[in-house]
Design a protein around this ligand. Structure first.
Ligand SMILES: NC(=O)c1ccc[n+]([C@@H]2O[C@H](COP(=O)([O-])OP(=O)(O)OC[C@H]3O[C@@H](n4cnc5c(N)ncnc54)[C@H](OP(=O)(O)O)[C@@H]3O)[C@@H](O)[C@H]2O)c1
Ligand SMILES: [Zn+2]
Ligand SMILES: [Zn+2]
Length: 360
């Protein structure tokens, strides 16, 4: 018989979990494994709130396994390191992102692409390498194999730097892989949320011209004056969308809901590339004519490997890139989730875990 979350491991742990698909989060007692020889125990300071957390607590994709303690944008302090741990010492500031395990020997793992390992385990709602269920960063601490722990660069603030661990790497990796970094080229960013606003900043750091394509006219002023975008297109404005046809070299699509690709493909020049990162609960329709007639390409991408995630953190520290955040207390999470569902966040909620999570 499976052990209960309270008794699976020797160490008591506390966090907030969704217990069913209502997605309502509430206090939850569980346990964490002992710190093994290759492990780092992290006391969690901050955790970002990704739309994937929202999809998962609501069971949008049909594979949520309750209770779910979400959270995969974790910054904290290493409080214990195993005897084989070489990269970290107690007291180091560290990051943990979307994945916390992989086979470490397949073709993907050998190419530093643990994110594409068939046995990869997610930080939450997954089965870890020890065969037990994983629980994420809406909790006081986490135990992680050193391969999946990041050094958090000195220049990055812990709170506004936390979202880089998912949002940052998710937009950085495809821009590098698909060659979307040539200075002077024109990048469209569809959806100005957590991923989208970091894509604007990283795009500018690569020297691109950046246009936001948004369903929210109210975000125009901030997109240009605060985030540094060069222009802003409201996707529901037919005249402006028409005027922008054939002007973009690349598009990063971060929209979290089902939406039409046809208008986005129309914005691309011949040979243009569109990378879809959003994970709506239903498939998108792929219009073939604009692809064929313009030799255009549609691709996807899933976060990034550990080596590239470390590289992205250094890149962001060097270019002063952080997320624009709304810092919340743990008990404000349910309201934050309601606002996230309405695209009403500027531009990432981050939970002040260390100062607001205490067992009742
Ligand atoms: N591929 C990966 O590795 C990866 C990693 C992380 C997250 N994700 C997925 O990426 C998506 C975005 O995540 P996020 O955290 O950035 O979410 P987010 O902060 O909620 O941003 C998504 C944005 O999409 C736009 N949007 C939402 N609903 C829309 C609708 N019905 N029609 C048109 N636009 C809409 C909104 O931007 P505007 O207001 O500007 O229109 C919204 O701010 C989610 O599906 C998430 O699960 C994928
Ligand atoms: Zn995420
Ligand atoms: Zn592997």
């Amino acid at each position: 018989m499976a052990k209960s979350p309270e008794t699976e491991h020797p160490n008591k742990a506390f966090g907030w979990a969704a217990k069913d698909k209502s997605g309502v989060l509430s206090p939850f007692h569980f346990s964490r494994r002992d710190n093994g020889d290759n492990d780092v125990t992290v006391k969690i300071l901050y955790c970002g709130v990704c739309h994937t957390d929202l999809h998962t607590i609501k069971n949008d994709w049909g594979f949520s396994y309750y209770p779910v303690v979400p959270g995969h944008e974790i910054v904290g302090i290493a409080t214990k390191v195993g005897k084989n741990v070489t990269k970290f010492r107690e007291g180091d500031r560290v990051g943990v992102g979307v994945i916390t395990g992989s086979c470490q020997s397949c073709e993907s793992c050998n190419q530093d692409l643990e994110n594409y390992c068939p046995q990869m385990s997610f930080t939450y709602n997954s089965i870890g390498s020890d065969g037990t269920k994983t629980y994420g960063g809406y909790s006081e601490s986490i135990v992680v194999d050193q391969r999946f722990v990041l050094q958090f660069p000195e220049g990055l603030p812990s709170d506004s730097g936390a979202p880089l661990l998912c949002a940052g790497i998710t937009v950085y990796s495809p821009m590098k892989y698909y060659g979307m970094t040539e200075p002077g080229k024109h990048l469209g960013v569809a959806g100005l949320g957590g991923l989208g606003h970091v894509a604007v900043k990283i795009g500018k750091a690569f020297g691109l011209k950046v246009t936001v394509i948004s369903s929210s006219p109210s975000k125009e002023d901030e997109a240009i004056n605060r985030l540094g975008a060069d222009s802003f297109l409201v996707s529901s404005d037919p005249q402006k969308m028409k005027a922008a046809i054939g002007t973009m070299d690349y598009i990063i699509d971060t929209v979290s809901a089902v939406h039409a690709l046809f208008p986005l493909l129309g914005l691309l020049k011949v040979n243009g590339k569109l990378v879809t990162l959003g994970l709506p609960e239903k498939p998108l329709e792929l219009p073939i004519f604009p692809l064929v007639l313009g030799r255009k390409m549609v691709g996807g991408s899933d976060i990034g490997g550990m080596k590239e995630t470390q590289e992205m953190l250094e890149f962001c520290a060097k270019h002063n890139i952080t997320a624009d955040i709304e810092l919340i207390k743990m008990d404000e999470i349910n309201t934050a989730m309601e606002r996230l569902a309405k695209s009403d966040v500027r531009y990432r909620f981050v939970i002040d875990v260390a100062n607001s999570l205490s067992p009742p």
